[in-house]
Design a binder for this molecule. Structure first.
Ligand code: COI
Length: 354
């Protein structure tokens, strides 16, 4: 299969970088000067190109719009003190993209196409990578069907794209979460493990109801019994009960988060007791009531390590210990940020210089 003919580059004539206030970056509202695109046609990836960032033209009959045949990824790049652009675990995101794609009948994106597209785009827009602590370049690769056909069938044509966004924190304060026991994010045998657009669209309404009550996010429970905690939709979730790090084991209804995996690897390296297993709502609420729940946090690319301030359950809010007392979450946040920025050793080989 022809993967990458050379990537065609069309540079913007009007960079927007001077309009950006890098000291006050919101999440996901500002995009860099260029974007990467490639087309899947006649069984081959073709026409890979970097073009000025802007609106794209698609058929109104494309199944991505009608049936949600669309998947995405999230990664981050940071600038090291010496000015190198460092990307965190891109090969893992590439692999997960293809795991998601298989579930909804999409062709794999070859590693070379993903990596070369990313490095070409990043080298053109490297001045957009923020330098300040707490900010980064969020990388959004995505793949969607591009047929012109409204019958239901797997598509034959696809578009793969990467856009870049300099960002500040996704959550600017510790998060308030509510345990959801009525609505379901993902069911056994469904698409919960895939980073499919439809999973996120379907979660908007229950999350909106919780936001109307003052929470930032939901803690989703399993679709069958609603007795076991799964994830938070924007991030995986972890708890420290006594001295043990506990997180729901991966399943087909939980996204295999790359930040989740990184936290678990660091915790094990530090000799902490780690349990990946079914985590019941009852045990977490009991631990919260009797003071054994020392920490709870979300782990995700966008969210990084997001301290959970309180958990709402059955109409009552349970406050967790002060953020300053959260030894593990604070330590793992610092370590991960240091690795991503190149200021701490990278023992697992997570960093790719681009
Ligand atoms: C990410 O963490 O990269 C995600 O895709 C989550 C989304 C809420 C921004």
């Amino acid at each position: 299969m022809v993967v990458t003919e050379s990537i065609r580059i069309e540079r913007t004539k009007h960079s927007r970088i001077s309009q950006v206030d890098f000291a006050n970056l919101p999440f996901g509202k500002i995009y860099t000067d260029h974007m990467f695109m490639a087309d899947y046609r006649d069984g081959e990836w073709k026409n890979s190109r970097v073009v000025p960032y802007g609106h794209i033209s698609i058929s109104p009959a494309t199944p991505a719009i009608h049936y949600g045949q669309a998947i995405f990824e999230g990664m981050k790049a940071m600038k090291s003190p010496s000015g190198d652009v460092l990307v965190f675990r891109p090969a893992d995101n590439w692999m997960r993209l293809n795991v998601s794609g298989e579930r909804i009948c999409m062709p794999p994106v070859p590693e070379e196409l993903f990596m070369e597209g990313l490095s070409t785009l990043i080298s053109l827009d490297q001045n957009w990578v923020p330098k300040d602590e707490g900010s980064s370049l969020y990388i959004r690769p995505f793949l969607f069907s591009a047929d012109e056909y409204i019958g239901i069938r797997p598509s034959e044509n696809f578009t793969f794209m990467i856009i870049l966004s300099p960002v500040g924190p996704y959550y600017s304060t510790p998060v308030k979460v509510k345990i959801e026991t009525q609505f379901t994010r993902a069911a056994e045998g469904g698409t919960g493990y895939a980073k499919a657009g439809g999973n996120y669209g379907a979660a908007l309404y229950p999350a909106k109801l919780a936001q109307d009550e003052g929470y930032h996010q939901l803690l989703w429970t399993d679709g069958k019994t609603h007795q076991y905690i799964e994830e938070s939709g924007t991030m995986n979730v972890m708890f420290v009960v006594d001295d043990t790090l506990i997180t729901p084991a991966l399943s087909d209804s939980i996204l295999a988060g790359i930040t989740r995996d990184s936290v678990l690897k660091l915790a094990r390296k530090w000799g902490m007791r780690v349990e990946e297993r079914k985590v019941s709502v009852t045990e977490i609420m009991e631990a919260a009531r009797n003071g054994r729940l020392r920490e709870a946090f979300g782990a995700g690319t966008a969210a990084t390590i997001a301290h959970i301030e309180l958990i709402g359950f059955e109409g009552k809010d349970y406050y967790l210990p002060a953020i300053t007392e959260r030894k593990f979450a604070n330590k793992v946040y610092e370590e991960l940020e240091g690795i991503k920025r190149g200021t701490r050793p990278d023992p697992f080989g997570w960093i790719t210089k681009m």
